[in-house]
Design a protein around this ligand. Structure first.
Ligand code: ATP
Ligand code: MG
Length: 139
């Protein structure tokens, strides 16, 4: 059975352009419930730790710089089949390849400044939720 939570982050490009409200509304309209939410300013260690799987990739330093460039809004979202449905809602990593109507197609600038994160597995969703929130805040 697939899990019912996922972790998202509204990224600094989107918060900086005042798009957080529109993006949150889009997520709610799609049937997700917000279980936990806050605004955070990540330092290099926090952003690098979050994207640690990518630390050997050529874009890692730029990604950390981008993620520390302004406020982020992590949220724990609840819905049946949350991980897969949310990845569909946000669209491909590169907004140029994202489907019409997806959050990245609507609001993202580039493959790096792509407005929003979505967990890629149930296991990572739980791990990432705990990266920002305590058990009490999630459950
Ligand atoms: P996320 O994990 O943020 O939801 P994703 O799962 O679609 O995105 P990943 O492959 O996990 O994509 O990459 C993590 C993030 O790193 C991307 O969202 C993007 O901000 C950045 N990124 C990925 N590939 C590139 C690239 N080729 N050049 C620059 N930045 C990239
Ligand atoms: Mg990813």
């Amino acid at each position: 059975m697939n899990g019912n939570i996922t972790l998202t982050i509204i990224k600094p490009d989107a918060t900086g352009k005042g798009l957080a409200g529109k993006i949150i509304d889009h997520i709610l309209q799609a049937g997700f419930r917000i279980k936990a939410m806050k605004m955070v300013y990540m330092d290099e260690r926090t952003a690098g730790g979050f994207y640690a799987v990518h630390r050997e990739r050529p874009f890692f330093q730029d990604l950390v710089k981008f993620m520390t460039s302004g406020p982020c809004i992590p949220m724990v979202l609840e819905k049946d089949d949350a991980v897969a449905d949310f990845r569909k809602l946000i669209g491909a990593t590169n907004p140029a390849q994202a489907e019409e109507g997806t959050i990245r197609k609507l609001y993202a600038e580039s493959i790096e400044r792509n407005a929003i994160h979505g967990s890629d597995s149930d296991e990572n969703a739980l791990r990432e939720a705990h990266y920002f929130f305590s058990d009490m805040e999630i459950f």
